[in-house]
Design a protein around this ligand. Structure first.
Ligand code: SF4
Length: 278
C-alpha cells in the first residue's frame, strides 16, 4: 500500500498546534525520509487566543523535527495595507489582537453557524499567503482530521467535490484510520508533548482558549481554573453589544457561575466539534 503520508506537492500542511496535527506532521516528515520536500509548506495561523503552551509546542515541533513552520496572523488590510503578516514565536500576538481586530472590522461576533474566525483568521489567511507569497494557483491542503471525526471528514470530502476552492483537502490520518487513541499513544512515547491536559485523548484547553464551540461546562471548568481567561471574551461581547451564542449564557454570566459552587467537568461536556483541528 502507498504511504498515505507521502504528500504530492504543491501542498500546505495546516498545523493547528494540537497533538493530532503534530502527529500528522511527524508522519509526513518520516514518509519523506526525515525532511519535507520544498513544495510542502507547514503553516500555523495564530488567532492571538491560543494558550502559550500551544505556541511553545509549535516552536518545539519545528526545532526538534528540523522543519520550518510559517506563522501567520490576520490583519485588517485597510489599516496595515496587507491582509496577513508573517510572525514568529517571539512576535506572535498573545492577547487576541487579530481576533478582536477582525470583530471590529466586520462588526459582528462569530457564532457556531457563521464561524467568521475560522474562515478569516485561518482558512482565508492561508489562502492569501499561498496565492500572494507562494504564487500558487492550486494546491493540496493537508489537514489533521482523524478517522474518529467522521462528520468533519465527510464535510471536508464533500467540499472537495464542489471544486469551489483553489485547494483540495487531503486527510491522510482519516484515510489511515488513525483515531485519538493512536495519537495519545504516540505522544506517550515522545520526549516532549503539548503542555495542555490530555483528557481521554481530547484537549479541552486546545485552540482558542474559551472558544464558543466548546461546551459550556468545559468553558466554565477552564474559567474556574483560570478566571482571568474569561476577560477577553467578556470585553469582546461587551464591546460588540452581543453574545457569541444566543443559546447560552454570556461569558460574564458563565464566569460568575463558574466561581460559585458547582461541579464542572470536561468529560461530561457535550461540546460541538470545533472546526479548527486538534
Ligand atoms: S478555535 Fe474557535 S474561536 Fe478560535 S478560530 Fe476556531 S472556531 Fe474560532
Amino acid at each position: 500500500m502507498d504511504n498515505l503520508y507521502f504528500i504530492e506537492g504543491p501542498a500546505v500542511i495546516s498545523f493547528s498546534g494540537g497533538r493530532s496535527s503534530a502527529y500528522m506532521l511527524n508522519e509526513i516528515i518520516q514518509a519523506h525520509g526525515g525532511a519535507l520536500p520544498d513544495e510542502a509548506k507547514v503553516i500555523f495561523c495564530n488567532t492571538g487566543l491560543e494558550h502559550h503552551e500551544t505556541l511553545d509546542f509549535v516552536q518545539e515541533c519545528a526545532s526538534r523535527w528540523g522543519v520550518h513552520i510559517t506563522w501567520l496572523e490576520w490583519r485588517d488590510k485597510a489599516i496595515f495595507g496587507t491582509a496577513f503578516d508573517v510572525v514568529s514565536h517571539n512576535s506572535a500576538s498573545r492577547n487576541g489582537e487579530p481576533f478582536r481586530a477582525l470583530v471590529r472590522k466586520r462588526r459582528y461576533l462569530p457564532n457556531p453557524v457563521t464561524r467568521l474566525c475560522t474562515a478569516e483568521l485561518k482558512v482565508k489567511t492561508i489562502e492569501r499567503y499561498c496565492k500572494q507569497v507562494l504564487g500558487l494557483k492550486e494546491w493540496n491542503s493537508v489537514v489533521g482530521l482523524r478517522a474518529d471525526e467522521r462528520h468533519r471528514v465527510s464535510n471536508a470530502l464533500r467540499r472537495n467535490e464542489t471544486s469551489k476552492d483553489a485547494w483540495e483537502t487531503v486527510l491522510p490520518m482519516a484515510e489511515a484510520g488513525i483515531t485519538k487513541r493512536d495519537v495519545s499513544s504516540f505522544w506517550q512515547y515522545q520526549p516532549f508533548d503539548l503542555g495542555l491536559p490530555n483528557i481521554n485523548g481530547s484537549t479541552p484547553h486546545g485552540n482558542c482558549r474559551l472558544c464558543f464551540m466548546k461546551g459550556q461546562r468545559t468553558i466554565m471548568a477552564i474559567m474556574r481554573l483560570d478566571p482571568n481567561s474569561a476577560d477577553w471574551w467578556i470585553d469582546t461581547e461587551k464591546e460588540a453589544g452581543a453574545t457569541f451564542r444566543s443559546d447560552r449564557l454570556s461569558y460574564a454570566d458563565m464566569k460568575q457561575l463558574s466561581q460559585d459552587q458547582g461541579d464542572f467537568g470536561f468529560e461530561a461536556d457535550e461540546g460541538l466539534p470545533c472546526m479548527c483541528t486538534d
